[in-house]
Design a protein around this ligand. Structure first.
Ligand code: NAD
Ligand code: SER
Length: 320
């Protein structure tokens, strides 16, 4: 039986990944950890939880040793828009944190999942059907940490034989935990505002196409990659994965299928627009499809229907 540690467990992805991993491997075999003070019942009540800072190598090493961990999902990070306000903190958590995790994994023989991002690309990357292996010259601190993380993870595999694996996630859309300050957060906010006021003002311009994915597919990607046959993986650490390439207008059109009067306006935010313009319009994820059978389940309208239902329920139960 696996013993798994999820770092960054209170975040948008961690809060749902922990629940799914506990379903599969048992509550006590999935240890959640985060800096956050207010871990909810599902994370801190239904299985082990440790408040810990990923930059504190001794503390993380102790948690791994005490719990005989063999697999670490390292989700602790500072997302793109916030990282531009706090570049030093973004480097510290994103890279010094990852370095700690990789060192612990080397010493204690663990596998490591590290999510990179569409943010690992930059303005000189081919923007359409962005290939798996291509130019990566990002101009954000977030992107710099992701490219460095990809390389560091490759190095630990090649040099020390650590079983490192990872994907380049697109923007993730979900309804359990709000996103943590990224450029793609608008694609979540638009659904909450659709339910609340049937109108939304987008911080990204019409025609700003970015890759996106619904959370159940993101969780599936992370777990399936970690369970894939190692001998079939040629890329290991930074598989492009995507489910849809959409702009604000495409989401609004999809919402209008369920709520015909939905109104979309635009008021672009300079920093977010600049970041989004430097990222690809659409990724080519054929390497993930070929090497470990990646295939998303949700298309835009399926996701919209599910998001609107889930968010409506939250408002009805006064959960937001
Ligand atoms: P998030 O911001 O929602 O969550 C990150 C979590 O890390 C938070 O709970 C935070 O408290 C925790 N954290 C921050 N600093 C820490 C520290 N020093 N020690 C321990 N915990 C710390 O982020 P997310 O959306 O869940 O993203 C998880 C990972 O996936 C990140 O690496 C992110 O870059 C990557 N990713 C996310 C998306 C997305 O759209 N959500 C897209 C691409 C890649
Ligand atoms: N959703 C993330 C962000 O916008 C992409 O990595 O920062």
């Amino acid at each position: 039986m696996k013993k798994i540690l999820v770092l960054g467990a209170c975040g948008q992805i961690g809060s749902e990944l922990v629940v799914e991993l506990r379903k599969r491997y048992g509550n006590n075999n999935v240890i959640a950890s985060d800096l956050c003070e207010d871990a909810d019942e599902k994370i801190a009540g239904e299985g082990p939880f440790y408040k810990a800072d990923v930059t504190d190598v001794q503390r993380i090493a102790e948690i791994v040793r005490e719990n005989k961990i063999d697999t670490i999902y390292n989700l602790a990070a500072i997302l793109s828009a916030v990282a531009e306000q706090k570049p030093h903190a973004a480097w510290n958590v994103g890279i010094n944190g990852l370095y700690n995790v990789l060192e612990i994994a080397r010493e204690q023989n663990c596998s490591v999942f590290f999510p990179s991002s569409i943010g690992a690309f930059g303005p000189t990357t081919p923007p359409d059907s962005t290939p798996q292996d291509t130019i990566q010259r990002p101009q954000t601190m977030y992107g710099v940490t992701k490219v460095t993380g990809e390389l560091l993870s490759d190095y630990y595999h090649k040099r020390f034989g650590v079983d490192t694996r990872g994907v380049r996630f697109p923007g993730i859309i979900s309804n359990v935990t709000l996103p943590g300050g990224g450029t793609t957060d608008y694609a979540v906010e638009i659904y909450y505002e659709a339910v609340k006021s049937n109108a939304y003002t987008s911080p990204l311009k019409k025609g700003t196409f970015l890759d996106m994915m619904y959370m159940p597919d993101a969780i599936k990607a992370a777990i399936e990659l970690m369970e894939a046959d190692s001998s079939k993986l040629k890329h290991r650490n930074c598989f492009n994965v995507t489910a849809m390439s959409i702009d604000p207008e495409a989401i609004a059109s999809s919402i209008r299928k369920f709520s015909p009067d939905f109104e979309l306006n635009y008021d672009p935010e300079e920093v977010k627009q600049e970041i989004a313009d430097s990222w690809p319009n659409s990724l080519d994820d054929s390497a993930a499809r070929e090497e470990w059978g990646w295939k998303p389940d949700f298309k835009l309208d399926d996701m919209t229907e599910d998001m609107l239902k889930a968010v409506k329920k939250k408002y009805e139960k006064n959960l937001i």
